[in-house]
Design a protein around this ligand. Structure first.
Ligand SMILES: Cc1ncc(COP(=O)(O)O)c(C=O)c1O
Length: 469
């Protein structure tokens, strides 16, 4: 392709702006299936951006299924009809793999169908007609009551039924929080670098400026927040996504005191805090400062992402402004909420988490043992035993130890593309960086393969990594 006209929205930043412009061009049909894109070098020159920006944008859209890259044949627009027909479209992860190690999902084959059905049958059979009417936009009162108790017991969260709210997934919840913060006068928000790209997109869509703050072995670098003039920060204290570090106590204290000094808000993304394998789960930050921290939890990792159920615990000072933006838009099925309330109230969630924690803990140990035994280029560091993914860094020159495990330099893109050719799904680290850091790595989600297929899937993964490079 000789020329490609793209209109970059300067308010988004270069990479996000380019990604948005490319998505739009494909969505509007200006770039049709099979069309070749200019080389990264050419496009970088035409748009006056760095080549790394174009490479990162191409990679991101490749992960999302918009583009396909073939060695020697350049980058082309994917056939989106095929993507739309793929029922597994989720968070932009459109391809399905036989051996899927992309992070983000638990093993949904372990979903407790029988006990969930019992809860659903009970609430549908026994509830009064009121359940089927329009519900409370803050969430079903019964679920908020049960969640307040559950989060207090299992995550050391300080909650009352009236401070809990229910949403259709973490991203929906965070979008509302971002809008509410905007109304409360917040202009800029800090996120961790690296972090989940979708989160940044949601915050930007709500109109906030996003800045990034580095993470090290102890969690977010609180010192680097000073002087950034941000009114809020979004963190993953229990298990930093994607590096897998746990925020250490001194950092927690420093972050809270920074928030108090600057009258700023902390959003705690506790997406997988239930999963700790070597000790009791580390309690939520929110419990230390319920007046400063917006706590966000989800059923996506403990039960299934398909439920689309998440919750917030909100400081009282933000309740009014959050109500103003959520209002009638936040509806989640009252029937599913009632089923979850019944499920938690009968102790089924505790039982299920105990059971899957054992399974995932074994998988994690197995993955680490196999990497140590069979993949000599991968050096295992001190990694907290938690969560649903393990991050292997491929670039050891960067000096970010950050809990993750280190490997000799291998090309992330190549490893992933070659794995995909054998139907092994992997996610790279690069798309998680906000700043100029280009450290490569693999974010291995070991919980996604179905339990009965895990041994074979692990063999394939290890076989692939052993021979790579
Ligand atoms: C860092 C992080 N936060 C939150 C979530 C949960 O999102 P949701 O509740 O929308 O499934 C995920 C899931 O992929 C995640 O990786």
């Amino acid at each position: 392709m000789a020329e490609l006209l793209l209109d970059l929205d300067p308010s988004l930043g270069r990479r996000a702006g380019l990604e948005r412009a490319l998505r739009q061009a494909i969505g509007e049909g200006r770039l049709v299936a099979g069309a070749s894109l200019p080389s990264s070098r050419t496009l970088a020159r035409d748009l006056d951006v760095s080549r790394a920006t174009v490479v990162a944008a191409y990679e991101q859209l490749g992960t999302e299924g918009y583009l396909v890259a073939r060695r020697g044949a350049g980058t082309r627009v994917a056939d989106l009809r095929a993507v739309e027909e793929d029922a597994s479209v989720e968070h932009g992860l459109s391809r399905s793999y036989r051996y899927d190690f992309r992070p983000g999902s638990p093993d949904v084959s372990l979903f407790p169908r029988a006990t969930w059905l019992r809860s659903l049958r009970r609430v549908v059979g026994e509830s009064t007609d009121r359940l089927f009417e329009y519900g409370d936009p803050r969430g079903l009162p019964e679920l908020r009551r049960v969640l307040a108790d559950h989060l207090g017991r299992t995550r050391a969260v300080s909650a009352r039924p009236d401070t809990v709210r229910v949403y259709g997934g973490f991203f929906a919840a965070i979008g509302f929080v971002a809008e509410a913060l905007g109304r409360a006068g917040v202009v800029r928000i800090a996120v961790e670098d690296p972090s989940l790209f979708v989160v940044r997109e949601v915050l930007e869509l709500a109109g906030l400026d996003v800045v990034a703050v580095p993470v090290d072995d102890g969690g977010i670098d609180v010192g680097a927040l000073v002087g950034l003039d941000v009114g809020a920060v979004l963190v993953t204290p229990a298990n930093q996504y994607p590096l897998g570090v746990t925020m250490v106590p001194e950092r927690r204290m420093a972050l809270l005191s920074w928030a108090r000094r600057h009258d700023a808000w902390i959003i705690e993304d506790d997406y997988d805090g239930e999963f700790r394998y070597d000790r009791q789960p580390v309690g939520a930050l929110q419990g230390l400062a319920p007046d400063r921290v917006v706590y966000a939890g989800t059923a996506s990792k403990t039960l299934a992402p398909g439920l689309r159920l998440s919750w917030l615990v909100v400081p009282s000072a933000l309740e009014v402004v959050l109500s103003a933006v959520t209002h009638i838009r936040s509806g989640v099925s009252s029937i599913e909420q009632a089923a979850l309330a019944d499920f938690i109230g009968n102790g089924e969630l505790d039982r299920h988490v105990r059971a899957v924690r054992k399974v995932y803990g074994r998988r994690r140990a197995e993955l680490i043992a196999r990497l140590a035994d069979d993949v000599p280029w991968c050096r295992l560091g001190e990694v907290p035993s938690a969560g649903l993914h393990l991050t292997v860094l491929l670039d050891t020159r960067s000096g970010i130890a950050a809990g993750a495990t280190a490997g000799e330099r291998r090309r992330e893109g190549e490893l992933i593309a070659n794995a995909a050719a054998s139907s092994i799904g992997l996610l790279g680290l690069r798309s998680h960086w906000v700043g100029p850091n280009e450290t490569e790595g693999l974010v291995i989600g070991y919980t996604r393969p179905a339990q009965h297929r895990f041994p074979v899937a692990l063999d394939r993964l290890i076989g692939h990594l052993r021979t790579a490079g």
